[in-house]
Design a protein around this ligand. Structure first.
Ligand SMILES: Nc1ncnc2c1ncn2[C@@H]1O[C@H](COP(=O)(O)OP(=O)(O)O)[C@@H](O)[C@H]1O
Ligand SMILES: [Mg+2]
Length: 283
Protein backbone atom coordinates (compact mmCIF):
# COMPACT_ATOMS: atom_id res chain seq x y z
CA UNK A 1 0.00 0.00 0.00
CA UNK A 2 1.35 3.40 -1.00
CA UNK A 3 0.33 6.41 1.05
CA UNK A 4 0.76 10.03 0.14
CA UNK A 5 -0.19 12.83 2.50
CA UNK A 6 -0.42 16.24 0.91
CA UNK A 7 -0.54 19.58 2.68
CA UNK A 8 -2.34 18.27 5.76
CA UNK A 9 -3.76 20.82 8.19
CA UNK A 10 -5.37 19.91 11.51
CA UNK A 11 -6.17 21.94 14.60
CA UNK A 12 -7.96 21.07 17.80
CA UNK A 13 -9.40 24.42 18.85
CA UNK A 14 -6.43 26.76 19.05
CA UNK A 15 -3.90 23.90 19.06
CA UNK A 16 -2.35 23.58 15.61
CA UNK A 17 -1.17 19.99 15.21
CA UNK A 18 -0.48 19.90 11.45
CA UNK A 19 0.30 23.01 9.42
CA UNK A 20 0.90 21.71 5.91
CA UNK A 21 2.38 18.26 6.47
CA UNK A 22 3.65 16.29 3.48
CA UNK A 23 4.69 12.65 3.71
CA UNK A 24 5.02 9.79 1.25
CA UNK A 25 5.19 6.15 2.31
CA UNK A 26 6.14 3.66 -0.38
CA UNK A 27 4.52 0.22 -0.60
CA UNK A 28 6.37 -2.43 1.36
CA UNK A 29 8.67 -0.15 3.30
CA UNK A 30 9.10 0.21 7.05
CA UNK A 31 8.38 3.88 7.63
CA UNK A 32 9.35 5.26 11.01
CA UNK A 33 7.72 8.43 12.30
CA UNK A 34 9.57 10.14 15.12
CA UNK A 35 8.95 13.28 17.08
CA UNK A 36 8.70 14.59 20.59
CA UNK A 37 5.69 13.80 22.70
CA UNK A 38 2.68 15.78 21.51
CA UNK A 39 3.91 16.42 17.96
CA UNK A 40 0.95 14.54 16.50
CA UNK A 41 2.31 11.07 15.78
CA UNK A 42 -0.75 9.23 17.08
CA UNK A 43 -3.06 11.80 15.51
CA UNK A 44 -1.36 11.16 12.17
CA UNK A 45 -2.01 7.40 12.40
CA UNK A 46 -5.67 8.11 13.17
CA UNK A 47 -5.91 10.23 10.01
CA UNK A 48 -4.71 7.28 7.92
CA UNK A 49 -7.65 5.13 8.97
CA UNK A 50 -10.20 7.94 8.87
CA UNK A 51 -10.72 8.05 12.65
CA UNK A 52 -9.82 11.75 12.53
CA UNK A 53 -10.65 14.01 9.57
CA UNK A 54 -8.22 16.81 8.68
CA UNK A 55 -9.23 20.45 8.30
CA UNK A 56 -7.72 20.37 4.81
CA UNK A 57 -5.28 18.41 2.71
CA UNK A 58 -5.30 15.04 0.99
CA UNK A 59 -4.53 11.52 2.12
CA UNK A 60 -4.06 9.29 -0.90
CA UNK A 61 -4.17 5.55 -0.31
CA UNK A 62 -2.97 3.83 -3.47
CA UNK A 63 -3.91 7.02 -5.29
CA UNK A 64 -7.40 7.47 -3.80
CA UNK A 65 -8.09 10.44 -1.57
CA UNK A 66 -9.85 9.26 1.61
CA UNK A 67 -10.46 12.73 3.06
CA UNK A 68 -14.17 13.41 3.36
CA UNK A 69 -15.31 9.82 2.75
CA UNK A 70 -18.33 8.56 4.69
CA UNK A 71 -18.01 5.80 7.29
CA UNK A 72 -19.46 3.36 4.78
CA UNK A 73 -16.94 4.37 2.12
CA UNK A 74 -14.11 4.20 4.65
CA UNK A 75 -14.88 0.64 5.75
CA UNK A 76 -13.16 -1.21 2.86
CA UNK A 77 -10.14 1.06 3.27
CA UNK A 78 -9.98 0.70 7.03
CA UNK A 79 -9.91 -3.10 6.89
CA UNK A 80 -6.73 -2.93 4.82
CA UNK A 81 -4.98 -1.56 7.90
CA UNK A 82 -3.95 -3.48 10.99
CA UNK A 83 -3.47 -1.45 14.12
CA UNK A 84 -1.13 -2.76 16.79
CA UNK A 85 -2.06 -0.85 19.92
CA UNK A 86 0.40 0.01 22.62
CA UNK A 87 -1.10 -2.47 25.10
CA UNK A 88 -1.71 -5.06 22.40
CA UNK A 89 -5.48 -4.71 22.67
CA UNK A 90 -5.93 -8.38 23.57
CA UNK A 91 -8.99 -9.93 25.19
CA UNK A 92 -7.29 -11.39 28.25
CA UNK A 93 -9.97 -13.97 28.96
CA UNK A 94 -9.56 -15.65 25.56
CA UNK A 95 -6.83 -17.91 24.27
CA UNK A 96 -4.37 -16.96 21.56
CA UNK A 97 -6.25 -18.61 18.69
CA UNK A 98 -9.53 -16.86 19.52
CA UNK A 99 -7.84 -13.49 19.83
CA UNK A 100 -6.41 -13.93 16.35
CA UNK A 101 -9.37 -15.67 14.72
CA UNK A 102 -12.53 -14.24 16.32
CA UNK A 103 -12.56 -11.01 14.30
CA UNK A 104 -12.65 -13.12 11.14
CA UNK A 105 -15.54 -15.19 12.46
CA UNK A 106 -17.54 -12.35 13.96
CA UNK A 107 -16.89 -9.55 11.49
CA UNK A 108 -16.48 -11.50 8.28
CA UNK A 109 -18.59 -14.59 8.87
CA UNK A 110 -15.75 -17.04 8.29
CA UNK A 111 -16.23 -20.51 9.79
CA UNK A 112 -14.09 -21.85 12.60
CA UNK A 113 -12.55 -24.62 10.52
CA UNK A 114 -11.28 -22.26 7.81
CA UNK A 115 -10.01 -19.84 10.37
CA UNK A 116 -7.97 -22.39 12.34
CA UNK A 117 -5.47 -22.97 9.54
CA UNK A 118 -5.02 -19.29 8.91
CA UNK A 119 -4.54 -18.59 12.62
CA UNK A 120 -1.80 -21.22 12.90
CA UNK A 121 -0.07 -19.93 9.79
CA UNK A 122 0.01 -16.35 11.11
CA UNK A 123 1.14 -17.43 14.59
CA UNK A 124 4.06 -19.24 12.98
CA UNK A 125 4.95 -16.05 11.11
CA UNK A 126 5.35 -14.14 14.37
CA UNK A 127 7.25 -16.91 16.14
CA UNK A 128 4.37 -18.25 18.21
CA UNK A 129 3.75 -21.59 16.50
CA UNK A 130 1.84 -24.02 18.71
CA UNK A 131 0.58 -21.40 21.16
CA UNK A 132 -3.03 -21.54 19.93
CA UNK A 133 -4.55 -22.76 23.20
CA UNK A 134 -2.52 -20.68 25.60
CA UNK A 135 -4.41 -18.06 27.63
CA UNK A 136 -3.37 -14.61 26.49
CA UNK A 137 -3.12 -13.49 30.12
CA UNK A 138 -0.16 -15.86 30.58
CA UNK A 139 1.85 -14.32 27.71
CA UNK A 140 4.54 -11.71 28.19
CA UNK A 141 4.09 -8.15 26.87
CA UNK A 142 6.31 -8.85 23.87
CA UNK A 143 4.41 -12.03 23.07
CA UNK A 144 1.06 -10.24 23.29
CA UNK A 145 2.37 -7.75 20.76
CA UNK A 146 3.14 -10.66 18.44
CA UNK A 147 -0.42 -11.95 18.85
CA UNK A 148 -1.69 -8.50 17.90
CA UNK A 149 0.48 -8.61 14.76
CA UNK A 150 -0.81 -12.11 13.93
CA UNK A 151 -4.37 -10.88 14.34
CA UNK A 152 -3.78 -8.02 11.90
CA UNK A 153 -2.15 -10.40 9.41
CA UNK A 154 -5.03 -12.88 9.69
CA UNK A 155 -7.31 -10.08 8.53
CA UNK A 156 -5.04 -9.64 5.51
CA UNK A 157 -3.89 -6.20 6.57
CA UNK A 158 -1.70 -4.65 3.87
CA UNK A 159 -0.45 -1.90 6.13
CA UNK A 160 0.46 -2.37 9.78
CA UNK A 161 0.36 0.63 12.10
CA UNK A 162 2.50 0.41 15.22
CA UNK A 163 2.05 3.10 17.86
CA UNK A 164 5.10 3.03 20.17
CA UNK A 165 5.57 -0.75 19.86
CA UNK A 166 8.54 -0.91 22.21
CA UNK A 167 7.31 1.51 24.88
CA UNK A 168 7.43 -0.03 28.33
CA UNK A 169 9.40 -3.10 27.22
CA UNK A 170 12.85 -4.02 28.51
CA UNK A 171 15.70 -3.61 25.98
CA UNK A 172 16.08 -7.30 25.04
CA UNK A 173 12.32 -7.63 24.58
CA UNK A 174 12.25 -4.43 22.53
CA UNK A 175 14.86 -6.00 20.28
CA UNK A 176 12.66 -9.05 19.69
CA UNK A 177 9.70 -6.80 18.82
CA UNK A 178 11.94 -4.98 16.32
CA UNK A 179 12.91 -8.33 14.82
CA UNK A 180 9.29 -9.42 14.45
CA UNK A 181 8.40 -6.17 12.68
CA UNK A 182 11.28 -6.68 10.25
CA UNK A 183 10.48 -10.33 9.69
CA UNK A 184 6.78 -9.74 9.08
CA UNK A 185 7.63 -6.94 6.66
CA UNK A 186 9.98 -9.28 4.81
CA UNK A 187 7.64 -12.27 4.76
CA UNK A 188 4.37 -10.52 3.91
CA UNK A 189 5.59 -7.35 2.21
CA UNK A 190 3.03 -5.41 4.28
CA UNK A 191 3.82 -1.73 4.52
CA UNK A 192 4.74 -0.97 8.13
CA UNK A 193 4.38 2.41 9.80
CA UNK A 194 6.11 2.59 13.15
CA UNK A 195 5.58 5.57 15.42
CA UNK A 196 8.26 5.73 18.05
CA UNK A 197 10.48 7.90 20.17
CA UNK A 198 12.78 4.92 20.71
CA UNK A 199 15.82 5.87 18.63
CA UNK A 200 17.41 2.44 18.69
CA UNK A 201 14.22 0.87 17.41
CA UNK A 202 13.79 3.63 14.81
CA UNK A 203 17.31 3.23 13.44
CA UNK A 204 17.10 -0.56 13.56
CA UNK A 205 13.85 -1.18 11.71
CA UNK A 206 13.37 1.94 9.61
CA UNK A 207 13.96 1.91 5.88
CA UNK A 208 12.93 5.56 5.88
CA UNK A 209 12.68 7.89 8.85
CA UNK A 210 10.61 11.04 9.24
CA UNK A 211 10.84 13.60 12.02
CA UNK A 212 7.72 15.55 12.94
CA UNK A 213 8.32 19.05 14.24
CA UNK A 214 5.93 21.97 14.64
CA UNK A 215 3.22 20.61 12.40
CA UNK A 216 5.37 19.44 9.52
CA UNK A 217 7.90 16.80 8.55
CA UNK A 218 11.18 18.49 9.38
CA UNK A 219 13.33 15.81 7.75
CA UNK A 220 12.96 12.53 5.85
CA UNK A 221 15.69 10.10 4.96
CA UNK A 222 17.42 6.79 5.50
CA UNK A 223 18.97 6.08 8.92
CA UNK A 224 22.37 6.94 7.47
CA UNK A 225 21.08 10.23 6.08
CA UNK A 226 19.59 11.11 9.47
CA UNK A 227 22.85 10.31 11.18
CA UNK A 228 24.73 12.61 8.80
CA UNK A 229 22.06 15.33 8.74
CA UNK A 230 23.15 18.92 9.27
CA UNK A 231 19.55 19.96 9.99
CA UNK A 232 19.65 21.54 13.48
CA UNK A 233 16.21 20.12 14.34
CA UNK A 234 17.44 16.59 13.58
CA UNK A 235 20.71 17.11 15.41
CA UNK A 236 18.94 18.37 18.47
CA UNK A 237 16.41 15.54 18.39
CA UNK A 238 19.13 12.91 18.16
CA UNK A 239 21.46 14.51 20.67
CA UNK A 240 18.89 15.16 23.36
CA UNK A 241 17.82 11.56 23.20
CA UNK A 242 14.20 12.64 22.96
CA UNK A 243 13.59 12.47 26.68
CA UNK A 244 10.70 10.53 28.16
CA UNK A 245 11.07 7.20 29.89
CA UNK A 246 13.26 5.58 27.30
CA UNK A 247 16.26 3.89 28.79
CA UNK A 248 17.44 2.58 25.42
CA UNK A 249 18.03 6.01 24.01
CA UNK A 250 21.64 7.00 23.73
CA UNK A 251 22.96 10.51 23.30
CA UNK A 252 24.54 9.56 20.00
CA UNK A 253 23.34 6.73 17.84
CA UNK A 254 26.03 4.97 15.94
CA UNK A 255 24.23 3.38 13.03
CA UNK A 256 27.17 1.26 12.00
CA UNK A 257 27.50 -0.26 15.43
CA UNK A 258 23.76 -0.90 15.62
CA UNK A 259 23.86 -2.63 12.27
CA UNK A 260 26.90 -4.68 13.22
CA UNK A 261 25.26 -5.90 16.42
CA UNK A 262 21.99 -6.70 14.75
CA UNK A 263 20.96 -10.36 14.75
CA UNK A 264 21.36 -12.15 11.46
CA UNK A 265 18.40 -12.21 9.12
CA UNK A 266 17.78 -15.93 9.53
CA UNK A 267 17.57 -15.76 13.30
CA UNK A 268 14.31 -16.81 14.84
CA UNK A 269 12.32 -13.91 16.27
CA UNK A 270 11.20 -16.16 19.10
CA UNK A 271 14.35 -16.13 21.16
CA UNK A 272 12.67 -14.65 24.19
CA UNK A 273 10.54 -17.72 24.78
CA UNK A 274 12.87 -20.45 25.85
CA UNK A 275 10.81 -21.51 28.84
CA UNK A 276 7.66 -23.61 28.80
CA UNK A 277 4.59 -21.83 27.46
CA UNK A 278 2.69 -21.90 30.75
CA UNK A 279 5.31 -19.89 32.59
CA UNK A 280 4.48 -16.22 32.67
CA UNK A 281 7.51 -14.20 31.77
CA UNK A 282 8.51 -11.38 34.04
CA UNK A 283 8.96 -8.76 31.30
N1 LIG B 1 -9.14 14.25 19.95
C1 LIG B 1 -8.35 15.26 20.38
N2 LIG B 1 -8.88 16.41 20.79
C2 LIG B 1 -8.10 17.45 21.18
N3 LIG B 1 -6.75 17.40 21.20
C3 LIG B 1 -6.17 16.26 20.82
C4 LIG B 1 -6.92 15.13 20.39
N4 LIG B 1 -6.07 14.14 20.06
C5 LIG B 1 -4.84 14.63 20.28
N5 LIG B 1 -4.88 15.89 20.73
C6 LIG B 1 -3.72 16.75 21.01
O1 LIG B 1 -2.95 16.80 19.82
C7 LIG B 1 -1.55 16.80 20.13
C8 LIG B 1 -0.88 15.64 19.44
O2 LIG B 1 -1.29 14.45 20.06
P1 LIG B 1 -0.65 13.02 19.75
O3 LIG B 1 -0.77 12.72 18.31
O4 LIG B 1 -1.30 12.07 20.67
O5 LIG B 1 0.88 13.24 20.15
P2 LIG B 1 2.06 12.17 20.08
O6 LIG B 1 3.03 12.69 19.06
O7 LIG B 1 2.67 12.19 21.44
O8 LIG B 1 1.48 10.85 19.70
C9 LIG B 1 -1.46 16.73 21.65
O9 LIG B 1 -1.27 18.04 22.15
C10 LIG B 1 -2.81 16.18 22.06
O10 LIG B 1 -3.14 16.60 23.35
MG1 LIG C 1 1.27 9.06 20.69
Amino acid sequence: MRIEIRNLHKSFGTLKVFTGLNLTIEAGEICVIMGRSGTGKSVLLKHLVGLIQPDSGEILIDGRNIVGLSEKELYPIRIRFGMIFQNGGMLQSLNVADNVGLPLIELRGADRQQVAGKVSEKLALVGLAGRENQAVSTLSGGQQKRVAIARALAQDAQCLLFDEPTAGLDPPISATVDEVIEQVNRDTNATCIVVTHDLISAFTVGTRLHLLHEGKVAESGSPEEFQASKNPIVKEFLSRGVGIEDHRTESRINVKRLRANKPQRNDSPAQEETTSPDVKKSE
